[in-house]
Design a protein around this ligand. Sequence first.
Ligand code: AMP
Ligand code: MN
Ligand code: MN
Ligand code: MN
Length: 276
Amino acid sequence: MLNADLHCHSIVSDGTLTPTALAQRAKANGVGLWALTDHDEIDGIAEARAAADAAGLRFMAGVEISITWSGKTVHIVGLGVDEHDPDLCAGLASVRGGRERRGREIAESLSQAGIEGAFEGAMQHAGNPEMLGRTHFARFLVESGIRPTVADVFRHYLVEGKPGYVPHRWGDLEHAVKWIRGAGGRAVIAHPARYGLTELQQQALIEAFKDMGGEGIEVVTGSHTPEEYQRYAQVARHMGLMASRGSDFHGITESGADLGSLPPLPADLKPVWYDW
Ligand code: AMP
Ligand code: MN
Ligand code: MN
Ligand code: MN
């Protein structure tokens, strides 16, 4: 089966490698079809495509859009989008727009826990100041010696009930799917096991997503356990969704799964890339 890796991040959002370094790493790892899916931003696509072309690697432009659905943050991946589409670009800019203010609130909350200078410290780690996110704060907390690893930070800070947590309103599901489809892309629910949804909530999310024209769901992802691959393969079958596969790679020392390293999709599922 084609080694497709359709989810990863560069320095344009919260990854640690450039789009060029990602393309080269994907190629070296045997990826046959690659997509860059930075959070809320398509600024890395031109470089990624050029580097993929130079490496002889098939490439699809992608993006991972942050939305708020039923009070929860959910991520919707768009694959095969035209990164010049004006509605997509304007929509992503509107989603990014709240991040600086949120970053200041995160820093204020950390300050109340005795951690000073977090806004400036996190900004030092952000390759793109419009895309300041929790991962950059996590790297600052590691650098400051407050916790040993980024994964450990996310157990003690930046999450609900802990210092540095700030509720935030992202985009809408309907808009995200509309922007992706309007830009010629295919919409995919990212890492569905990560949202803490009940069975009923998840069903409602998928039904709303399908009504809006959403077509796919991630099954084999670096953000799922092997047991969750099986569970979401069943969801894809029952709900009539295409299946996607991607490492969600953020960097060499931080990510569970390397580019192109995950098991294949179960053979009976229809891959989101079936007609590409
Ligand atoms: P943001 O969009 O600013 O809320 O940041 C979300 C990002 O934080 C995700 O895309 C991950 O890169 C990172 N993240 C969230 N939870 C964890 C976790 N438990 N361990 C490591 N990284 C995490
Ligand atoms: Mn991330
Ligand atoms: Mn995500
Ligand atoms: Mn991701």
